[in-house]
Design a protein around this ligand. Structure first.
Ligand code: FE
Ligand code: FE
Ligand code: FE
Length: 161
């Protein structure tokens, strides 16, 4: 297997993952009690649409068909989110704290994948692809930071509840 092949396999993995996330974020938003948290999830859902478009562009640059490959990691993380909603069936600040942790696990997975893809695109000398994926990487990092900031207030509220 060449680095090009590893890159393409991982691109298919994150393409599948982003589309699962696109379906998962409205569920997280619907479950959120805090309106600002709900808004943050919906904003990131919109951003995710752009990220899927960028991935399609990357496939196009490579001359490959945009194709996903089942990512058990993202399926597992989303399943953990469903479990949380079973454990905490009512909206509450504690459930919000759990939703943030779920969302951050997802962002961390994305950051890990895009981090590797950007590094490989650079190693392969494809600056155009590296730039496209770097843009998404920055969005994922920003989202993660925002969630950390929001958790400060929500965790305090959860403790007092
Ligand atoms: Fe994403
Ligand atoms: Fe994966
Ligand atoms: Fe994300």
């Amino acid at each position: 297997m060449r680095l090009e092949d590893l890159f393409l396999e991982t691109l298919k993995d994150i393409f599948f993952a982003e589309r699962q996330i696109l379906k998962g974020l409205p569920k997280l938003a619907k479950a959120a009690a805090d309106p600002k948290l709900r808004e943050a999830f919906m904003h990131h859902r919109e951003e995710t649409e752009g990220q899927v478009d960028r991935l399609r562009q990357v496939f196009e640059v490579l001359g490959k068909r945009a194709q996903g490959k089942t990512c058990e990691a993202i399926n597992g993380l989303l399943e953990e989110g469903e479990e949380l909603l079973e454990l905490a069936p009512q909206p509450s600040p504690v459930r919000d704290a759990g939703l943030i942790a779920t969302a951050q696990a997802i962002e961390h997975y994305e950051i890990a994948r895009y981090g590797a893809l950007v590094a490989w695109a650079k190693a392969l000398g494809n600056d155009q692809i590296a730039r496209l994926l770097q843009e998404t990487l920055e969005e994922e990092k920003k989202t993660n930071t925002l969630l950390t900031q929001m958790s400060a207030t929500i965790n305090r509220t959860a403790l007092a509840a």
